[in-house]
Ligand binder design. Structure first.
Ligand code: ATP
Ligand code: MG
Length: 582
């Protein structure tokens, strides 16, 4: 294993910070080293060909992004190519609609493939031919045990398996039965084709695994042409071999299957890709299993596959994530062989770093409190100059209107402030960003509830632009918008989808939905934003000063501006790292 594992992982797969301090500069990881060495040694004539093989039975998520960045990234880096191949060997769960969205998502992430996408189903004929070859060589046989019997005969970790009574059928009988299986003469489950390896192997995957099963089901691409379908174990290595893949990068659960893939390829004497396994990405505070994601969508716990709370690429995109931030995250977490759980805070940190550089700044008030500047002339409007992005001088400036009636953030005012509250309070002066110093001189309350509904203020005309000529200081700078000019907006605030990380055995967890966070979505209506946001297109991003990064949602219309908060400004990653170091 490479010494440069970016995740300071621990053996038990416990929560770990992911992306240690040094990792951003360490570009090496064990897979990169293996490929570099192969290229140096002239293996495969120095050629690098990888693949990303999604099953078209769901949407891609951030975990797939790790696999995509790795396989496409390695191909790019070594001047090779990466195939996008749909692993569509199971007619029962796969759907055409997923194919298009997966292609779109891979492209959105910033990767492309040469020529059309590939399909495992295009190799069905070739796989069948290979199977016949194995039967002829006495390396495969038709078994007529039921599925339950097969699993009973397989034994267990502690028990060796037993031979099926059909194991010694003659080659001729096997060929004939297999032909009749293909011709549709049998019902589902009547027979299977199995590899003849060893029922006593300590690796259960080698105990005569099933290669073909009878399934009278239509396939989304081959229609009714087939009623026998290859199992994943039989098909997967062949797909890589047929495509001339040199490095087949896959997740750890396939490690125990590698000896089987090797066996098939050796028996057939065909091109032998090198399979290298790496640990899946696990993230805190979310779920990534397809089953769970599907359940959330089906049961209406989230709106759809692109719900901004989901870790699907569609969800992240709608939330306002950039492909650059996701790629930076994938580079940062690195690749290792040890299981680990990466903090969501690291993903958010990578996002902030990207958006900080390029998101224009705007002002918007999420929970408005009206403030009237009593000494500002009624009807007067000034256009004040505001900086678009302090991180990017090229982003220039814009004008924001200032007038007698403003909105400020309700939480920026306290009638009886405690010691550490430095923002607005009765009698106190603060700076309004890019505008003037204002002082609160009075409050107006709702007669019945006693709630503060309006502030009365005065401004100092000599502080235009935000500084006092007499050098007097204020302790706070607030964002604001001019009330008559403000646009109404609906703002959707998000928090983590799940309260804590997935348990160690996510598949067995029964009550996982009890961990759904009750605060994952909060909708605020009647928010006020500066007029420059009028007409902002879905997908447009900005930072609302002091409130976070936001992105215009596809639900947005001219009448109703809808903003998703992509992420807050508070970076918890640095704090987590500090705590980890202690
Ligand atoms: P399943 O096979 O159970 O339907 P899957 O998540 O493996 O689910 P695939 O469509 O088979 O989905 O995934 C395509 C590729 O993405 C696989 O090669 C898999 O190894 C990789 N992948 C899936 N989840 C992750 C993850 N969390 N981290 C890294 N790679 C992943
Ligand atoms: Mg899979």
């Amino acid at each position: 294993m490479g010494a440069s594992e970016a995740n300071a992982v621990n053996k038990k797969g416990k929560r770990t910070p992911g992306g240690g301090e040094s990792s951003s500069s360490e570009r090496g990881h064990f897979i990169r080293e293996i490929i570099a060495e192969d290229v140096r040694a002239g293996k495969n004539d120095g050629r690098v060909r990888t693949r990303f093989p999604p099953e078209p039975n769901g949407y891609l998520h951030i975990g797939h992004a790790k696999a995509i960045c790795l396989s496409f990234g390695m191909a790019q880096e070594f001047g090779g190519l990466c195939n996008l191949r749909f692993d569509d060997t199971n007619p029962c769960t796969e759907e055409e609609q997923y194919v298009e969205t997966i292609k779109e998502d891979v492209r959105w992430l910033g990767f492309d493939w040469e020529g059309p996408e590939l399909y495992a189903s295009d190799y069905f004929e070739q796989m069948h031919e290979y199977a016949v070859r194995l039967i002829k060589a006495g390396k495969a046989y038709v078994d007529s045990l039921s599925a339950e019997q097969i699993s009973e005969y397989r034994g267990s970790w502690t028990q060796p398996g037993r031979n099926s009574p059909y194991r010694d059928r003659s080659v001729e009988e096997n060929l004939e039965l297999f032909e009749r299986m293909r011709a549709g003469e049998f019902e589902d489950g009547e027979h299977v084709l199995r590899a003849k390896i060893a029922m006593t192997s300590p690796n259960q995957n080698l105990r005569d695994p099933v290669m073909y099963r009878i399934l009278h089901a239509a396939h989304h691409r081959t229609g009714d042409r087939w009623c026998i379908y290859p199992t994943y174990d039989w098909a997967h290595g062949l797909e890589d071999s047929i495509e001339g893949i040199t490095h087949s990068l896959c997740t750890l659960e396939f490690e125990n299957h590698r000896p089987l893939y090797d066996w098939f390829l050796d028996q057939l004497g065909v091109h032998h890709p090198q399979q290298i396994e790496f640990a899946r990405l696990n993230l805190t505070n979310t779920v990534m299993s397809k089953r769970k994601l599907l359940e959330l969508v089906r049961e209406g716990c989230v709106s759809r596959w692109d719900d901004p709370r989901l870790p699907t690429l569609r969800g992240l995109r709608r939330r306002g994530y950039t492909p650059e931030a996701i790629r930076a995250f994938c580079e940062r977490i690195g690749v290792a062989k040890t299981k680990s759980v990466v903090e969501m805070a690291l993903l958010e940190h990578c996002l902030r770093q990207d958006l900080n550089r390029r998101a224009p700044r705007r002002m918007g008030v999420l929970r408005p409190l009206r403030a009237v500047v009593e000494n500002y002339p009624e009807g007067q409007v000034e256009e004040l100059e505001a900086i678009n992005n302090p991180e990017d001088a090229g982003a220039g400036t814009r004008k924001v209107p200032f007038s007698r009636e403003l909105y400020i953030e309700r939480e920026d005012f306290m009638e009886n402030p405690p010691g550490k509250f430095y923002r607005l309070a009765p009698g106190r002066e603060v700076r309004l960003r890019y505008a003037y110093f204002v002082r609160c001189v009075d409050v107006v309350k709702d007669r019945e509830t006693g709630e503060v509904v309006e502030l009365r203020c005065t401004y100092d005309p000599d502080t235009r632009g935000g500084d006092a000529p007499d050098g007097r200081k204020v302790k706070a700078t607030l964002h604001w918008v001019s009330a008559p000019h403000a646009l109404d907006a609906e703002v959707r605030l998000y928090d983590h989808l799940m309260l804590d990380e997935e348990s160690e055995a996510p598949a067995e967890e029964t009550d996982w939905k009890a961990r759904l966070s009750p605060d994952s979505l909060q909708v605020l209506r009647g928010c006020k934003v500066e007029p420059g946001l009028a007409g902002a297109e879905p997908g447009w991003r900005c930072q609302l000063e002091r409130q976070g990064y936001f992105c215009v949602d596809p639900d947005s219309s001219e009448e109703n501006l809808v903003l998703n908060r992509t992420v807050t400004l508070k970076d918890t990653w640095a704090r987590i790292q500090k705590a980890q170091k202690k």
